[in-house]
Ligand binder design. Structure first.
Ligand code: ARG
Length: 581
């Protein structure tokens, strides 16, 4: 059950029964003395209805139908309602979660088709840190939505078209001539791009060939296209290696790059024209819409076709938007890109709406994020100011994690230490990013993200391994068999620390729903961090293995729920857990 939503629904109903309208605004309580949740909506509702908020709150309390979930409600201060959950409700709910694969997380009541556009690297180059945030934030959102039962369609809108591809295909061609048949593999995408660029800048004849290549590509020349396909294919293979290593669920079939919309672009422009939206400005085809002005207050156009006939990033996005609405039947489309593209998406969405490219009900959402900064608070770069390749960043993460494991756990054998280092290193990099409010910039600091204390992946991975170790001690060498037994256990909450842990555990469903609705993976991170803390406090005050049989079974049940909630949450963030660290 999604407890917060259930309370919200029931108290909002009570509010209207009490003669006022509006949301009950149920939220986790700010302080323990206010109970577990509080409803804050009475003040605003009373103001709208012109009454006394405290009296309204009293009427809401009298009308509310929540006796199965909560102790008698209490009115506090100017009109807050404090809600304390009943112990038997908590016990029963956790008992259900214990025997349920999904930990009692209900599937969405109205499942949507959600298209998530993420990663989208420009293919000519090697994947670098600039691609990290979109890739891992997008993947976490996809996993959470899928877990909640939505029909999720991943779209990797890669940059696989444009003038730089003329340069690359011309370079590939020239290289083939030099190297004979064997010259076709690109070992290092970045080096290949740099070499092509150098030749383009210094060799006039080559620059001409590159420009001719662009024209040939656009004209559909078979040879040019086949070389282009080869370059794209090799870049995608490189990107796939990075996705696999990162534990990102994107596959080749999710790639639908800019080039896929080429043929549709003349039609996009013609349809904008037919809708009466097109005007010409300095030879370019533009759409002017109300509400978009530049810094000087002059109307700001969306250019859809340049004076030389070329199409733009925005034109392609209009084609993509229409495809997603009409062919993928999206109810909701998320675009996970950095915040500098905010205006681009506002414009594209507005043009698409004005032109009727998307049905009214389809939600279009830009999911923006800030920058990854170095210790100097400048964009994260190598020591000599170059872009940091993702492969190098991940290698360093794993190297550092390995040094940490060597130090902390020298008894593990080498292959086990390698596995821990890979999971911890990659997990730490991803978590450091996901735990931030995505809209702000954040400083990437190795020491902080690999720390075993604080809101980090290693801390949570360690908390998980520690809970699991209880089961090893508990059941002897053939520990895991015990799992089934206590999944049928009755949960009995007697100590305060047990209750606090229980209240945290029942908040998993509402947390996941909020993460999906607001596209905020950091809320899941904060939840897991809080859960690990609640577990540690419980484990310090409540003996588990030494307790009497019934208490022991109940507490093992709480341990099991904690472990599975941590593992599920980390998995939804795309982070691995380990049985031993
Ligand atoms: N290739 C773009 C970039 O590197 C990101 C693509 C985002 N998706 C989109 N539909 N425009 O900035």
């Amino acid at each position: 059950m999604n407890l917060r939503r259930t309370l919200e629904t029931r108290l909002s109903r009570a509010l209207s029964d009490a003669g006022a309208d509006g949301p009950a605004l149920v939220a986790p309580a700010g302080k323990p003395e206010f109970g577990d949740y509080q409803a804050n909506g009475c003040m605003a509702a009373a103001k709208r209805a012109g009454g006394n908020p405290r009296q309204l709150a009293e009427r809401v309390v009298a009308a509310a139908d929540v006796a199965d979930l909560a102790e008698p409600l209490e009115v506090a201060g100017p009109g807050f309602i404090n809600i304390t959950l009943r112990r038997d409700f908590l016990q029963q709910h956790l008992g259900e979660a214990l025997s349920d694969e999904r930990l009692a997380v209900p599937p969405a009541e109205a499942p949507q088709t959600v298209v998530v556009d993420y990663s989208g690297p420009n293919l000519a180059k090697e994947m670098h840190v600039g691609h990290l945030r979109s890739t891992i934030i997008g993947d976490a959102l996809v996993r959470v939505s899928e877990f909640l039962g939505h029909n999720v369609i991943r779209q990797n809108h890669v940059g696989d078209w444009g003038t730089q591809f003329g340069m690359l295909t011309a370079y590939m061609d020239a290289r083939d001539d030099d190297a004979g048949d064997g010259g076709h593999r690109i070992a290092d995408m970045e080096a290949f791009y740099q070499a092509a660029k150098r030749r383009f800048d210094t060799d006039e004849a080559f620059a001409d060939a590159a420009r001719r290549s662009v024209v040939k590509l656009q004209g559909g020349d078979e040879h040019a296209l086949s070389v282009w396909r080869d370059v794209v294919d090799q870049s995608l293979r490189h990107a796939q290696e990075v996705y696999d290593r990162l534990g990102v669920t994107l596959q080749r079939e999710h790639v639908r790059g800019e080039s896929a919309y080429n043929d549709d672009l003349p039609r996009v422009v013609a349809d904008l024209d037919a809708a009466g939206l097109l005007s010409e400005s300095q030879g370019a085809q533009c759409v002017f819409l109300d509400g978009f002005t530049n810094a000087d207050g002059e109307p700001l156009p969306v250019i859809v076709r340049k004076s030389d006939g070329g199409y733009l990033y925005a034109t392609t996005d209009l084609g993509a938007l229409r495809y997603r609405a009409r062919h993928l039947h999206a109810d909701r489309i998320l675009y996970v890109t950095d915040s500098r593209q905010a205006l681009h998406f506002q414009q594209v969405f507005a043009v698409a709406r004005a032109a009727g490219f998307v049905p009214e009900h389809v939600l279009l959402e830009h999911v923006p994020f800030g920058m990854m900064l170095g210790a100097n608070r400048q964009p994260f770069r190598t020591r000599d100011g170059g872009t940091v390749k993702l492969t190098d960043l991940l290698d360093e993460a794993v190297r550092r994690a390995r040094a940490l494991v060597d130090e902390k756990n020298p008894n593990l054998d080498a292959p086990a230490r390698d596995a821990v280092a890979e999971a911890v290193g990659i997990g730490a990099v991803k978590y450091a990013d996901l735990c931030q409010n995505r809209t702000s910039d954040y400083v990437f600091a190795w020491d902080k993200l690999l720390s075993l204390e604080g809101n980090t992946a290693p801390y949570l991975q360690y908390a998980y391994a520690r809970v699991r170790s209880i089961f090893r001690k508990g059941g002897g060498p053939e520990q895991i068999a015990a799992d089934d037994e206590h999944r049928a256990a009755e949960i009995v909450l007697s100590e305060q620390a047990e209750r606090t842990l229980a209240v945290t555990l029942v908040r998993l469903p509402e947390t996941l729903e909020t993460v999906a609705r607001e596209s905020m993976p950091n809320l899941l991170c904060a939840y897991l961090y809080g859960l690990a803390g609640a577990f540690m406090a419980f484990y310090e005050t409540c003996p588990v293995l030494k307790a009497d049989a019934a208490v022991r079974a109940s507490r093992l049940g709480l341990c099991d729920l904690t472990a599975r909630t941590l593992a599920t949450g980390l998995d939804l963030l795309g982070i691995e857990t380990l049985e031993r660290m």
